[in-house]
Design a protein around this ligand. Structure first.
Ligand SMILES: Cc1cc2nc3c(=O)[nH]c(=O)nc-3n(C[C@H](O)[C@H](O)[C@H](O)COP(=O)(O)OP(=O)(O)OC[C@H]3O[C@@H](n4cnc5c(N)ncnc54)[C@H](O)[C@@H]3O)c2cc1C
Length: 401
């Protein structure tokens, strides 16, 4: 199956998920409109850029961790007590699902998505500073050895780590087939590609879904009424609010993170990107003069500004683990909001009770990794076909209805 002549799709959300949906739909011949209140991109630019399905999708937290994270804080993790009160059913559900950590289905969707990245970047001749081989490094050598077996990665010892530019770490795991990308280059490149393929982009305007009986009638975007055959909600951390008029709650709340970019004075600082697991800090050197550091997993709404104390914490972590830290000169600071579901699985598919509305959201810490596979699943569904992707049924929006 494919689109009928002139079939149209309107997507709310011009993040990486909305963009990959648009890309594959345009390739199938649909006419696509994308609406976003933000002109420049937020989370889909401000992230770590690791395409690493092997790593857990979010920190595992029990009752004691949540209590600590909401009082004194737990390193990179912080939960504001008011967020717990506001989202009590989310936190109860997260505690129930905490051992699953996304599971094997998520890993296999992620691996397939990384393959799609390879095809996409080759086909579009897009330069996104791709680096092959990503590490996860630990304070304890024993932890690294045990987890290397569990995650099927290659163990490396502390002397290898110092050769790669890292210090004060006991051991690590290398995932030789996984990738790191420059998420800003990817976002800008994909957005301009989608525009060239014919998408209409309405940026800087709020979108509101206007619903009738079991279907979306149209979108109000600024002073414009946008009508389409199919509507896709790709609103990231704002999906709950976006879908309020439908009565469906996808249970997505934001986990905030910080991105710092540094110039390196044209020095090689590290030779492989990595997640420094003791503290949840991700680092990558994209080019000979650009170094990225990200951290924090904070449930405290969508306020962008970080305190000086929190920024200092991240800089201290870099100083204690990056041998050439003193060469780094900060040039950019930005924040992003991971769209998190309580069971750490994305929500991708038809919105229950609606014939012409789909959701593509809830990818949390692996939203960039999963964006191409999300776009493929949505495109199959818009085409009226069963997605050709094993494991897509785990993402069903019906589980929250
Ligand atoms: C610090 C940090 C590090 C991360 N590292 C990684 C990583 O290494 N690997 C990885 O795979 N993922 C990572 N992520 C997660 C990843 O960035 C996100 O999961 C992903 O970017 C989400 O993309 P999205 O398109 O779903 O949402 P978004 O990028 O948030 O886009 C949603 C868009 O919808 C718009 N919108 C919502 N409602 C409306 C409305 N009513 N009207 C108009 N516009 C609306 C918003 O303005 C927004 O631009 C990280 C995230 C952070 C914060």
């Amino acid at each position: 199956m494919g689109p009928e002549r002139g079939s149209s799709v309107a997507i709310i959300g011009c993040g990486i998920n909305g963009l990959f949906c648009a890309y594959y739909l345009l390739k199938e011949g649909y006419s696509v409109t994308i609406i976003d209140r933000n002109k420049h991109g937020v989370t889909s630019k401000n992230n770590a850029g690791l395409l690493t399905p092997s790593l857990p999708s979010a920190p595992e937290m029990g009752y004691a961790d949540i209590a600590k994270a909401s009082t004194v804080g737990l390193g990179a993790v912080y939960i504001s007590p008011s967020q717990i009160l506001r989202n009590i059913s989310w936190f109860m559900s997260a505690l129930k699902h905490r051992k699953e950590r996304g599971g094997k289905a998520l890993m296999s969707l992620g691996s397939r998505s990384v393959e799609l990245y390879g095809q996409f970047l080759r086909k579009e001749h897009m330069d996104a500073d791709v680096i092959r081989g990503v590490g996860a490094f630990y304070e304890s050598e024993d932890d690294a050895r045990t987890l290397a077996e569990e995650y099927d990665g290659r163990f490396i010892g502390s002397s290898d780590l110092s050769g790669m530019g890292y210090t004060n770490l006991g051991g690590g795991i290398m995932f030789d087939k996984e990738l790191s990308i420059n998420s800003m280059k990817l976002f800008d490149g994909l957005r301009s590609r989608v525009r060239k393929l014919g998408a209409r982009l309405l940026l800087g305007t709020e979108a509101e879904l206007i619903c009738g009986n079991g279907s979306v009638e149209h979108i109000i975007s600024g002073s414009e009424k946008v009508t389409a055959d199919t509507y896709i909600a790709a609103g990231g951390s704002w999906s709950n609010d976006l879908l309020k008029p439908t009565g469906y709650n996808p249970m997505i709340i934001p986990a905030r993170g910080l991105v710092l970019l540094f110039s390196t004075g044209k020095q090689r600082i590290i030779s492989a990107p990595a997640l420094l697991e003791p503290e949840g800090v991700a680092v990558a050197q994209h080019s000979d003069n650009l170094f990225r550091a990200t951290s924090f997993f904070e449930f405290k709404g969508t306020k962008s500004e970080f305190s000086e104390g929190r920024k200092r914490w991240l800089l201290d972590m870099l100083e204690s683990h990056i041998i050439k830290y003193s060469r780094l000169k900060q040039i950019y600071e930005g924040s992003g909001f991971r769209p998190c579901t309580p069971d750490q699985m994305p929500v991708v598919g038809r919105v229950p009770g609606y014939s012409n509305l789909l959701i593509a959201g809830g990818q949390c810490r692996v939203g960039v990794t999963l964006a191409p596979i999300t776009g493929k699943i949505i495109t199959d569904m818009v085409n009226g076909a069963k997605p050709k992707v094993p494991g897509f049924e785990y993402l069903s929006p019906a589980r929250f209805s």
